[in-house]
Design a protein around this ligand. Sequence first.
Ligand SMILES: *Cc1c(COP(=O)(O)O)cnc(C)c1O
Length: 430
Amino acid sequence: MTSPAASAAPLPGAPFVCYQNGRLMVEGVALSELARQHGTPLFVYSKAAILAALAAYQRGLAGREALICYAMKANSSLAILKLLADAGCGFDIVSGGELERALAAGATPSKIVFSGVGKTRAEMRRALEAGVGCFNVESRAELDVLSEVAAASGVRAPVSIRVNPNVDARTHPYISTGLKGNKFGIAHDEALAAYRHAAGLPDLRVVGIDCHIGSQITESAPYLEAMDRVLDLVTQIEAAGIPIHHIDFGGGLGIDYNGDTPPAADVLWQQLLGKLDARGFGSRKILIEPGRSLVGNAGVCLTEVLFLKPGEQKSFCIVDAAMNDLPRPALYEAFHRIVPLAEAGSTADAVTYDVVGPVCESGDWLGRDRVLAVQQGDVLAVLSAGAYCMSMSSNYNTRPRAAEVLVDGVSARVIRQRESVQDLWRGESP
Ligand SMILES: *Cc1c(COP(=O)(O)O)cnc(C)c1O
């Protein structure tokens, strides 16, 4: 038997996941026990990991007027939202559906910012009625429509304009958002004119400025560049007589999926606040919109090995989770570490497998060329599965979505039941 002290080292990238006495644990709960009780595929999250990730931001922003708006599209399960709302977070939402979810979880409406390039009039109306803190507006046309909707609702809409600082976040093209050629935000060169336009619309109230340059960013430099560009704009806009009350620097900080080394949130913010102070904006209200970095490494996805299929060119480890449960590999060729629940592994020989799901698509894989000593019936944990996994899941192949469990110390509770097959055709008529 391995000594607990030697075996309790957390797994890389997953500080609240470790082997103890040979068993993979999240906090004080054995994952094999959760798989047995609740079945697979199963998402398991650590409350302590989420709160620790939040605490790093809170330390970094301590002493400032700041609001952390969790970008809830990363993981929008009600229990996760409630946990973050109770810890003082606001929310960054991108749809009317997310608004209702945030409110259902107990969000404070004034701490909600509403982002997204394509808000509908109905979504605007409902967000005004709910009293969201700010609309992050992404085009001139949206300013006009929002002003009309606000007039009809008899309120002034608080707005920030999302500016595109034209900074290369050096991340995957699908998750890079701050360059000229993409659909998000208003170009740096057009921002001042857009602010003048907004300030001239009687039913809008300019409150801030925002940017969001991409996701899974693993360096400080793009943030520092973007901050410079945004502060240049604030100077210009205020010189034109339009006060900017808050500056929202978006989200995007990366996590360790595969040896990635993003700066810690508190270290990053030390650097950014240094620049903010040096440029004389130190007392400005700051908003941030982190998503992945709050929840990504707080979650794992448990999946059972259904079959092993040795082959001449490739051997396949066929598991019961698939691209509908965990779409990031199929979408972005993303890497997730995959480890067995039993540290010693089974008595099987280590073989190089592609770990694939049952969905009828060649793109349905979770990991490629993984060396695993597994046998049929073993359960594996896909790590770093807290962000953009469950929230991106679908019912493709009429597969019910997985259940979710939240671990707190030695206790665990189901925060989302496994979907039933009948759930999947609700509203359909044959
Ligand atoms: C997705 C998104 C975020 C969060 O990005 P992460 O990489 O998950 O931190 C923040 N702001 C906006 C506008 C977004 O679209």
